[in-house]
Design a protein around this ligand. Structure first.
Ligand code: FE2
Ligand code: FE2
Length: 159
């Protein structure tokens, strides 16, 4: 499946989340490197769908998409006042915000709460396990694949 097909599916099942005020506010927060929390959440959702396909998982696509889109719905800049406690606390805050703004199923709740496993809750459903893996893959990529700086001009290059 192409990336555009995954995006179509994400829009189909999570369109209301993507255009919500809370989710759009994630565009101003940097998650890792140069990636915003919004872009990270969409990338993790796409990775969940890819992994589900690869592992022939019977995960429910709608649940997988909605839980993944909301997994980092903590809605603050974690680099500033929250510091080192962010890793331990943000899944709880994300669930609190997501439950306030959207209708959540028990599986979606567990997905959000357990995505930092082994920190925090145990992933009890296949959707939760997929999210946990997808989040770690994307986080590592975003942390280490920063854009390379433009090459410095050398004195001989313009002759
Ligand atoms: Fe997270
Ligand atoms: Fe994440």
């Amino acid at each position: 499946m192409e990336q555009t097909d995954y995006m179509k599916k994400i829009e189909e099942y999570g369109g209301d989340i993507l255009v919500s005020e809370g989710m759009l506010s994630e565009k101003q927060f940097v998650q890792h490197g140069t990636t915003t929390t919004y872009d990270h959440s969409v990338a993790v959702t796409e990775m969940c769908l890819r992994l589900a396909k690869k592992f022939h998982s019977k995960a429910d696509e709608r649940t997988l998409i909605r839980g993944a889109l909301l997994h980092d719905y903590f809605l603050y800049d974690w680099h500033k006042p929250h510091g080192h406690l962010h890793a331990f606390r943000h899944s709880k805050k994300a669930l609190e915000n997501a439950a306030r703004d959207f209708e959540l199923s028990p599986v979606e709740r567990n997905m959000i709460l357990s995505h930092m496993f082994p920190l925090g809750r145990f992933p009890r459903y296949r959707e939760s396990a997929l999210l946990c893996i997808a989040d770690k893959i994307c986080s590592l990529r975003e942390t280490f694949h920063r854009k390379k700086p433009a090459p410095a001009q050398t004195e001989t290059s313009e002759k």
